[in-house]
Design a binder for this molecule. Structure first.
Ligand code: NAI
Length: 221
């Protein structure tokens, strides 16, 4: 039984950030760190860090802090980063091509094994050492390679039909950029929806809120 069963998704979502910061520390030859120092670095509170890491049995030792390499290894194992889940990407346009080229799949627990598109001018191109296949060959490919995850970089209008086909071929997890809500129509999937626009709107809010705060302080002076 995995030791992280029942841990809230909000804690799990913070783990990649811990993993990243601990990796940076290792690169700087830092071997051990207290929760207070890690909190300062990550702009969290020490108690938040202790609370998060205690969910997995706690890795720190009183008076010693955390061993950076051990903690990073534990978090990597909780996140399953050594699993190399066979993954395909559908839609090798502007976004799909960028993701295929620039994401470090191997360090994130995935292995990109196939690229698919329906545009004849894209099919046959080589991206990240993989040749883009015709989406018509999906069935054959999935039977042979059994990918478990798919990255959807296709237009919203075709996402439902594509997802239906992928699910029938045994794909159960989706990294979904298509703006189509898979979970409205299909149950039992593992889906991470990505909307870069949400992050941009949050930035807009924060700029706006910052301007308002400045204006308010000028008015009250
Ligand atoms: P694009 O038009 O450059 O690429 C789309 C690719 O999908 C094309 O190569 C096209 O031939 C292919 N395609 C279309 N129908 C297909 C099908 N049935 N099967 C296989 N391949 C198919 O568009 P871009 O800029 O790459 O964007 C892709 C999608 O991602 C768009 O729907 C866009 O709205 C969305 N998007 C989402 C973002 C997010 O944060 N979630 C950010 C940017 C874009």
């Amino acid at each position: 039984m995995a030791k992280h069963q029942g841990v809230s998704l909000s804690v799990i979502k913070r783990l990649p950030r811990y993993y990243r910061f601990l990796g940076d520390l290792l690169k700087k030859d830092v071997t051990r760190i207290s929760s207070r120092e890690l909190a300062q670095l990550m702009q969290l509170t020490a108690s938040q860090i202790r609370q998060d890491l205690n969910c997995f049995g706690g890795f720190g030792q009183q008076g010693y802090g955390y061993n950076v390499a051990d903690l990073r290894r534990e978090i990597g194992s909780i996140l399953g980063l050594d699993r190399n889940i066979p993954t395909i990407l559908i839609g090798v346009g502007n976004l799909g091509r960028t993701i295929a080229r620039h994401m470090d799949f191997e360090s994130s627990g995935f292995q990109l094994v196939g690229l698919f598109d329906n545009n004849p001018s894209v099919i046959g191109q080589s991206v990240r050492g993989l040749t883009v296949s015709d989406v018509a060959q999906l069935d054959e490919f999935c039977h042979a390679r059994q990918p478990k995850a798919a990255i959807l970089c296709i237009p919203r209008e075709v996402a439902r039909a594509t997802a239906e086909r992928l699910i029938s071929l045994g794909v159960t997890s989706f990294w979904n950029f298509s703006h189509y809500d898979l979970l409205l129509d299909f149950e039992g999937l593992i889906v991470e929806n990505v909307h870069l626009g949400d992050s941009l709107m949050t930035l807009s809010y924060r700029i706006h809120a910052g301007e308002q705060a400045k204006e308010n302080s000028i008015q009250s002076n």
